[in-house]
Design a protein around this ligand. Structure first.
Ligand SMILES: [Cu+2]
Length: 246
């Protein structure tokens, strides 16, 4: 790292003034950023109500916005948990380039996999948190399954859009910190028959909080399938499968 001043081998009498020059350059960069980049005072929030075709609130729907600024920093890591033999959350939205960890909060083992073109992977049968998170480096939909529990179904929606949110059980999704500008809106929900994202027009943001309704082409709420009721045969079969996999 020859360009790093800390590693520079020569410490001469000129260093003091060099550092001062560097500091003043840094200061002007900070001032430039403060003048050019939109501050919190100009940032707006979007409160979206996501509804199905019948006007009912849709949980686990994704809204994403493509707008005036690209997010250049690496996206923060994300979590897809496994709890009570379900993926938790049912739908996780992340930006392309996100590292996702798959902790297992159950006291049994899971074997998570996906055959989706956006990310094919398999985590060997495990308990606790696997050491390596998985990098989601292509936009697209990643459908998750578990080799031990057939009903386990989860979705990771990977988007290039810098702003996105997943709706809660009331169909509400909030996105904060939006600079003023025009945004292209995209919606997605696992109840969509083709699992395809849906363009939803443009949004003009001007520094105020916006409340807006969006209707998704959806066949209705997509509840995660429930674990099958335990039966003597089913339990014995499951145990045999788990033992065989060990
Ligand atoms: Cu499982």
């Amino acid at each position: 790292m020859a360009c790093n001043p800390v590693d520079a081998p020569a410490v001469g009498p000129g260093q003091g003034s060099r550092m001062t020059g560097r500091n003043s350059r840094l200061l002007s960069l900070v001032l430039f950023a403060a003048l050019v980049l939109p501050g919190p005072a100009h940032a707006a929030a979007l409160h979206a109500d996501l509804l199905d075709a019948a006007g009912q609130p849709l949980a686990d729907a994704v809204i994403s916005l493509n707008g005036p600024l690209d997010a250049s920093q690496a996206p923060p890591p994300a979590l897809m948990d496994q709890r009570d033999k379900q993926f938790q959350p049912h739908v996780l939205a992340v930006r392309t380039g996100t590292l996702v960890s798959f902790p297992n909060s159950d006291d049994i083992r899971h074997q998570v996999y996906s055959f989706s073109p956006a990310k094919r992977f398999e985590l060997r049968l495990y308990q606790g948190t696997p050491s390596e998170p998985v990098l989601f480096d292509k936009p697209g939909l990643v459908v998750l399954g578990c080799n031990i529990h057939d009903w386990m179904l989860g979705y990771i929606y990977v988007t290039d859009d810098p702003w996105f949110a997943v709706s809660d059980e009331n169909g509400r999704a909030a996105i904060a910190g939006l600079p003023a500008g025009r945004y292209a809106v995209t919606l997605w929900h696992p109840g969509n028959p083709q699992l395809l994202p849906q363009a939803a027009g443009e949004l003009q943001v001007q520094g105020q909080t916006l409340s807006q309704r969006f209707t998704l082409a959806s066949s209705g709420p997509a509840e995660p399938p429930a674990p099958p009721a335990p039966s003597a045969f089913g339990e014995a079969f499951r145990k045999a499968a788990e033992d065989a996999a060990q």
